[in-house]
Design a protein around this ligand. Structure first.
Ligand code: FMN
Length: 179
């Protein structure tokens, strides 16, 4: 059994990437893992101030919802990030979350496999290329972690659009199931 944390960054309820996140959670639970989904749309997260106090204090000086989420990510075996594609990159919400994980950098962390789920108006996997690349940069900074896979649901625009596409839902489910 693995501890799986899924971080969903769509600001929209029933956002397509959020639906993918829940499908992956279902798959991961069906495979016997312990799963928790963090919905960033319910949280208060401020920008990193770049003060680097976290590198000595091992915690952030900003008092918001990141403190408990950082610990959840740090102690997870597997992390799945889910994001809408905004201007061919990950959402600002997810980038801010990744920046705010900086207190983990000097610490011991459990996570090894890191995945990305995304959704875009444009069809195909290419729309997520730069988001994948951005996440890989983050992963590179955590030596023991590795990029484990990505899936983009392309051709979806309005909330719930992805529900019409069983193949895409299955791809997200399978990502979770095969963790
Ligand atoms: C600010 C903004 C920028 C976007 N930029 C892109 C883009 O560059 N390429 C694309 O294919 N879709 C783009 N979209 C469409 C979203 O990626 C698409 O609607 C996606 O399904 C949203 O995910 P969500 O439902 O999880 O929020 C953009 C949407 C917004 C609001």
């Amino acid at each position: 059994m693995k501890k799986v944390v899924i971080v969903s960054s769509s600001p929209r309820k029933n956002g397509n990437s959020e639906i993918l996140a829940f499908e992956a959670a279902k798959g991961a639970k069906d495979a016997g893992n312990e799963v928790e989904i963090l919905l960033l749309r319910d949280k208060t997260i401020n920008f990193c101030r770049g003060c680097l106090a976290c590198q000595k204090m091992l915690k952030c000086v900003i008092k918001d919802d990141m403190a408990e989420m950082i610990e959840k990510v740090r102690n997870a075996d597997t992390v799945i990030f889910a994001t809408p594609i905004y201007y061919y990159e990950m959402s600002g919400q997810l980038k801010t979350f990744l920046d705010r994980c900086n207190p983990i950098y000097p610490q011991v962390y459990a996570f090894r496999d890191v995945y990305l789920l995304s959704s875009s108006a444009e069809e195909g996997q290419n729309a997520a290329e730069r988001a994948v690349s951005g996440l890989k940069g983050w992963i590179e900074c955590f030596e023991k972690a590795k990029f484990a896979g990505a899936f983009n649901a392309g051709g979806v625009t309005a909330p719930n659009d992805v529900l019409k596409n069983a193949e895409m839902l299955k791809a997200a489910y399978d990502m979770g199931r095969n963790i």
